[in-house]
Design a binder for this molecule. Structure first.
Ligand SMILES: Nc1ncnc2c1ncn2[C@@H]1O[C@H](COP(=O)(O)OP(=O)(O)OP(=O)(O)O)[C@@H](O)[C@H]1O
Ligand SMILES: [Mg+2]
Length: 157
């Protein structure tokens, strides 16, 4: 599993958004993407690129207070994008109320989870993990893991 991880350096936010767009272009629906990394590491920036590939110009803001926000792309295999931000999640039982598990392996839906570590034990086994780290020079190290569970994403980066 570990061998299927890849690491990319992103020098600036627009590169991070481009990575999100590139990943978006290969999604088929049914994928769960789990995002890890500290405050300001670049998770939402990546997700903005991803969602804007499907919905150009749509304002994408992190659902920090409402926890979940949904988007409905048209004319693509992906018909629903669920963007969750679990930063403010306090108790694990809340995840049942969130209904996120409805989107595990849900064809047509792409589930994006920021602060996925908050529900580590509840994440589906089949998930793409994206880990964000800030380097001293302010660029970002983006490590993508579990790539081998998604053959259609092979060699994407
Ligand atoms: N290479 C880079 N990639 C992404 N963001 C960058 C990069 N360099 C600088 N930044 C800046 O870092 C910030 C990243 O914020 P962003 O909201 O994407 O982080 P986040 O990981 O979602 O944080 P939070 O946990 O608060 O939701 C933005 O202000 C962005 O402009
Ligand atoms: Mg964020």
């Amino acid at each position: 599993m570990a061998s299927s991880g890849i690491t990319i350096i992103s020098e600036n936010p627009s590169r991070t958004k481009k990575m999100g767009k590139r990943l978006a272009s290969r999604l088929k629906g049914g994928e769960v993407l789990a995002f890890f990394g500290d405050l300001g590491a670049g998770k939402t920036t990546f997700i903005k690129g991803l969602i804007n590939w499907f919905l150009p110009g749509r304002r994408v803001i992190s659902p920090t207070f409402i926890i979940v926000r949904q988007y409905w792309p048209v004319r693509t295999k992906v018909s629903q994008i669920i963007h969750a931000d679990l930063y403010r999640l306090e108790k694990i039982p809340e995840i049942e109320d969130l209904g996120l598990t409805d989107f595990y392996n849900n064809p047509g839906a792409v589930l994006l989870i920021e602060w996925a570590g908050k529900i580590q034990g509840f994440l589906p086994e089949k998930r793409l993990e994206l880990h964000f780290d800030v380097k001293e020079d302010n660029s970002r190290i983006i490590t993508i893991k579990h790539m081998n569970q998604f053959p259609h994403l092979k060699n994407i980066f």
